[in-house]
Structures are given as C-alpha cells and as structure tokens.
Design a protein around this ligand. Structure first.
Ligand SMILES: [Zn+2]
Length: 131
C-alpha cells in the first residue's frame, strides 16, 4: 500500500465510521457506494458505537502472511450496540476466556508492519470490557 493512500484512509482506521442511509435509516459498515437495504446512494457518515458483544468467534492458528507473529489469535464477529456487525481481531484475552455474548470495546492497535517501507498500520480491534 502506498503512503498517500494509507494517510488518506487514516481517518477511517482510527475511528469506527460507517454510513447511514438518508432514505431508510440503515447503518452501513464497511462504507459502500449504495445502501444494501434500499439501494439509495444518499448516505451520510455516521460514527458507530464502540462497544458491543461477541456473536461468534474462532481461533486462527494459520494466519495470512504478515500476521504470523500474532498467531494464534482470536477473530470474532462483534455486534455493536447500534446493531452493526463487524469482523475483528479480539485482543487482551486468553484463548479459553473468549465466550459468546462477552462485552467488548474498540481498541486501536498495530495491525501489521508493511515490509521494507517500514510503514506500521494501525486499525481497530476489540478487547473485553472490564466491568
Ligand atoms: Zn436505505
């Protein structure tokens, strides 16, 4: 990934930003060109809730290239409190402590280091809410 593209997208990596359909009110994430609910292209940026719960999850033991040093890790489907579902790594938790329905919140973490260019990408992950 080139540097300009990386920085152009930074805003969306550091905040959970989705879109809301002006026509039908559906919240869309990741951002798309049209509303999957009604097909309208009239979408507005909307900040998503940063807490939710784990719907389902799995342990990844054979990660894709660039993520080897994080193996094994947990990837979960998280339903945010506004109903949007996000697939994300779940951090700060032992593999045997993850459970369905667990409360989680957004944590911004290093995602991967981009080879010789030395660019470190950050993105959102989720961690358990300490209650
Ligand atoms: Zn719509």
């Amino acid at each position: 990934m080139s540097v300009p593209r990386y920085w152009r997208e930074t805003k969306y990596r550091y905040r959970l930003v989705g879109e809301m359909c002006v026509e039908c009110g559906k919240v869309v994430f990741p951002r798309g060109a049209v509303c999957p609910g009604c097909g309208s292209a009239d979408l507005e940026e909307v900040k998503l809730r940063e807490t939710g719960r784990v719907v389902t999850w799995t342990v990844v033991r054979n990660p894709p290239a660039g993520y080897e040093k994080y193996s094994p890790f947990v990837v979960g489907l998280v339903e945010l409190d506004d109903g949007v579902r996000v697939l994300s790594q779940i951090v700060d938790v032992e593999l045997d402590e993850v459970e369905t329905g667990m409360r989680v919140e957004v944590a911004f973490r290093r995602v991967k280091e981009d080879g010789p260019s030395g660019i470190i990408e950050y993105g959102f992950k989720f961690r358990p809410v300490i209650e």
